[in-house]
Write a protein of this length. Sequence first.
Length: 62
Amino acid sequence: MAGIEKVLSRILEDICNNYCKYPDIWDSEKEGCELWESETCTHCPLNDIEKYSNDRNDRKED
């Protein structure tokens, strides 16, 4: 199943880098932080997918 996690990781990275609108409009000087450090990214619903994938990996290792 590790293959699924790798695929999900690539998909999430692709969405963040190529489909998310925020990298195009984010002004780190004005906002005071980099986008990936912001509440916008912290609360992105895609993080739920990544968290689920990480949780599955953690359970496998136990």
